[in-house]
Write a protein that binds this ligand. Structure first.
Ligand SMILES: C[S@@+](CC[C@H](N)C(=O)[O-])C[C@H]1O[C@@H](n2cnc3c(N)ncnc32)[C@H](O)[C@@H]1O
Length: 337
């Protein structure tokens, strides 16, 4: 197994499937893998083959993800649509679809209006998923988070309206955190801390602390703050990402003109993936590295990253790119006299 560590970035040569077990659990996964267009060796030729191709990867992501993990799934719109049921089946909760609009310049001069029979495609998609966190009741039956919160409070024998007193609010706690409909809100960590303490103090005596995550130790605010995916809002950004395909000096080339990798993603979009869903020090996975734009975005923002690339040529180029960008240039000392 060949591995290179460049600053905060670790890049493995090989099939990502063989690497996941050795990587620390991720806060963010950036999956920019096969599109089902036969674009590179191993890319299936049709989107129909993608569900079977991705299934073992998705199973691994699910097993190793945390409640705080976000998955960004890049693809064509039909490729993503094909894989969505696999993601759903493995407990990934769909949050939204972002459209990368490369603009008309992407096809300018390349469209034959006599033969195309459809509008030229200048988009790719990037779907966002989070973990569907599941709990159990005392009988071992699965409960969603909102069902569990209510079940735990009711287990204490306290009336629901007392949740407001526990949180020091007039009626917001019952209305927001304990409703079972679409108006439900995730209770912020300080509120959850107050709810757990109140139930412990005023509820029926129990050997299993109320709202305990492991059934034995009392819940802490820190634990609760990690029970959902991270999100850092960027004002003014919508789900339409207008950004040219990579060009100019950002585009890595073989010789003077030929692109090194046809799927090199804009660094700005990979930084958007990283910054909105993780914090400095967190772990980013990039299972399908290519030129490892995700690893570069991670390192530039003080995140640790784990990437795999199966093709030796791309692996070598990715490592060279990361070294160029992340390692301070070796100063050449002037020769004396
Ligand atoms: C869409 S490209 C990624 C491009 C990358 N985001 C960038 O900006 O350079 C997908 C890459 O995944 C690699 N790949 C395909 N199957 C793989 C696997 N099982 N494990 C690791 N890499 C794989 C391909 O060789 C290809 O370079």
């Amino acid at each position: 197994m060949q591995t290179e560590t460049i600053g905060l970035a670790t890049v493995d040569l090989g099939n990502a499937l063989t690497r996941y077990a050795d990587w620390p659990s991720p806060t963010t996964i950036i999956a920019d893998g096969p599109y089902g267009v036969g674009g590179f060796p191993g890319d299936p030729h049709t989107p129909r083959e993608l569900p079977a191709w991705y299934a073992p990867h998705v199973a691994e992501w699910s097993q190793r993800a945390l409640p705080e993990t976000t998955l960004w799934f890049w693809g064509t719109e039909v490729g993503w649509a094909m894989v969505h049921p696999v993601l759903d089946l493995h407990g990934w909760e769909y949050k939204g679809l972002n459209i990368w609009d490369k603009g008309v310049a992407h096809v300018a001069g390349n469209v034959n209006g006599q033969t195309i029979r459809g509008f030229p495609i200048v988009t790719e998609v990037c779907a966002r998923y989070v973990r569907r966190v599941e709990f159990e009741n005392e009988e071992g039956e699965p409960l969603s988070m909102r069902q569990w919160l209510r079940a735990e409070w009711l287990r204490s024998g306290l009336p629901l309206y007392k949740t407001n007193e526990a949180c020091g609010v007039r009626n917001a706690a019952t209305r927001k955190y304990f409703t079972q409909d679409h108006l439900w809100y995730f209770p912020p960590a300080p509120m959850m801390d107050m709810l757990a303490r109140y139930a412990e103090e005023h509820g029926a005596p129990t050997t299993r602390p109320y709202f305990s995550l492991d059934g034995t130790t009392p819940l802490t605010a820190e634990q609760w703050s990690r029970m959902r995916a991270k999100w850092h809002h960027a004002h003014g950004v919508t789900n339409v990402w207008r950004e040219n395909a990579v060009r100019g000096t950002e585009r890595l080339k073989k010789g003077r003109t030929k692109a090194l990798h046809t799927n090199q993603k804009p660094l700005s979009l990979m930084e958007r993936n990283v910054l909105s869903t993780s914090d400095p020090g967190d772990v980013i996975w990039e299972p399908f590295g290519g030129l490892c734009t995700g690893a570069l975005a991670a390192a530039r923002n003080e995140r640790r990253s784990y990437s795999a690339e199966i093709a030796p040529d791309f692996y070598t180029e990715a490592v060279a790119r990361l070294k160029d960008e992340l390692e301070p240039a070796n100063e050449t000392m002037p020769l004396d006299g």
